[in-house]
Design a protein around this ligand. Structure first.
Ligand code: PEP
Length: 253
């Protein structure tokens, strides 16, 4: 646990119709208002951003997109630019492992998205994490530090950045990393941020853990000195479960 304000962010992935998202967002806004000490962000799919933003307006809940183009406009069928997110989102996930693995997003592409997002006032939620093979080979620390550095190439918006350590083998598997494993890598990421941005900036950046977080296992992650919250996938679709994660986090801070 640190003095940084904790963040609980929900990644809804490719789930929820606009109407379902409105309902989920409204439930989260209502349930999290008793926990002002926790920053709550929801990341609906593009098609539900407007409804979710409307449902949380007047509350402290923030809205993030799950992806963004690094291009401003033009012949990029199916893509969404930063200016198209204006008024709908304050944050954007970049470099989620599903995008890296299934849509071939390279560190270079992720860095371009982060830079473009920051330039237009969006806060990137930058995801990094090793796959199972890398973990087994004992190279996780070097791999994830390298991924972070490369995914922040050209980035200067240190006051507006969230990082999420999401080991690929823990996402959606029900097999979360241990809190010790999370702390080890997150501590290394903070050192890497320190070498990129300076010690003071690195100390202020919130670094989240993500990978099969739920209301039962969140506590020991939050207890670690460098882990400042969680990026939550599956459990973020269940309002009661997600709100229990928020509540547990509030209680521990
Ligand atoms: C995610 O999609 O970022 C994630 C962490 O998913 P889950 O919580 O379901 O493992």
């Amino acid at each position: 646990m640190s003095s940084r304000k904790p963040v609980i962010a929900g990644n809804w992935k490719m789930n929820t119709t606009p109407a379902e998202g409105r309902e989920l967002a409204a439930a989260i806004a209502a349930g999290s208002k008793n926990h002002p000490g926790v920053e709550v962000i929801i990341c609906p799919p593009f098609t539900g951003l407007a409804q979710a933003a409307d449902a949380v307006s007047g509350s402290a809940v923030e809205v993030g997109a799950q992806n963004v183009s690094s291009e401003e406009s033009g012949a990029f069928t199916g893509e969404v630019s930063v200016s198209m997110l204006a008024g709908l989102a304050t944050h954007v996930i970049v470099g989620h492992s599903e995008r890296r693995a299934m849509y071939c997003e390279t560190d270079e592409a992720v860095a371009a998205k982060a830079v473009t997002a920051h330039a237009t006032g969006l806060t990137p939620i930058l995801c990094v994490g090793e796959d199972l093979e890398t973990r087994k080979s004992g190279d996780a620390v070097a791999a994830v530090r390298g991924q972070l550095r490369a995914s922040l190439d050209g980035y200067t918006g240190w006051g507006s950045l969230l990082v999420a350590y999401e080991p690929v083998w823990a996402i959606g598997t029900g097999a979360a990393a241990s809190p010790q494993q999370a702390q080890e890598i997150v501590g290394e990421l903070r050192q890497e941020l320190s070498s990129l941005a300076g010690a003071d900036a690195a100390e202020a950046i919130r670094i989240l853990y993500g990978g099969s977080v739920n209301a039962t296992n969140i506590g020991p992650f939050i207890d670690r000195p460098d882990v400042d919250g969680a990026l939550v996938g599956g459990a973020s679709l269940k309002p009661d479960e997600f709100l229990r994660i928020v509540e547990m986090t509030a209680r521990l801070y």
